[in-house]
Design a binder for this molecule. Sequence first.
Ligand code: PEP
Ligand code: MN
Length: 258
Amino acid sequence: MRIKGNLEIGGSDVIVMAGPCAIENKAQIHAVAKTLKSCGIKIMRGGAFKPRTSPYTFQGLGQAGLELMREVADEYGLFIVTEALSVEQVPLVYKYTDIIQIGTRNMQHFPILWAVGETDKPVLLKRGFMNTIDEVAYAAEHIKSRGNQRVIICERGIRTFDTKARFTLDLSAIPILKSMTGLPVIADPSHAAGHTNLVIPLALGALAAGADGLLVEVHPNNEIALSDGQQSLPLELIPEFILKAENVVMAIGRQMAK
Ligand code: PEP
Ligand code: MN
């Protein structure tokens, strides 16, 4: 499936999308973009509209965040993935992003699925953390039913009885969803893990299970991150992470997108 230009997902190349949970300021986004560029990562993630559990925490910079992210991404020649939280936000997010993200909490909000289904940009659909594999497959169908066939599914962890990790990354969902839907399936080890030290092992497991890509949270300074610092990879760890990922994908006959 074509993302943009000659960047494809779902073939033999594996794509990494990385960036902060939330876009915070220019210095943060510059530091992230510079590192991504130097590590060969082509897609920058970052939220401008954040679906935070508590309404008393940082909710994102909104349109200013989108503008900042677009400006910096263009400067470094990166693509963007960012979330639209509501139907009304779809046209605004569409204007700035290359891939529209639908978050876990909105996976079955059918009006937003229809709204992105009427656009011509790829949609990153995150599995609801309380949803079955069938339900995420049907959610993808809702998007496709409005015309947009470019849906990328993301396994980001589901809620189980265990609480040691933030969620439980459902590795089975990766090969199952790939064969059920024929769509590219990526994994988000960061939200599943909830802890920085679990991110790389979960990412490598997802790649071994056949994930077509990864969505990873990174931050220049976890200590002062306004959102999800506890699960972000420090920028210094990215080269080592990419090297390990490269080794895993090579072992299963694939390669990292160049
Ligand atoms: C995110 O990726 O920014 C995010 C909020 O993830 P999720 O919707 O999976 O919680
Ligand atoms: Mn996050």
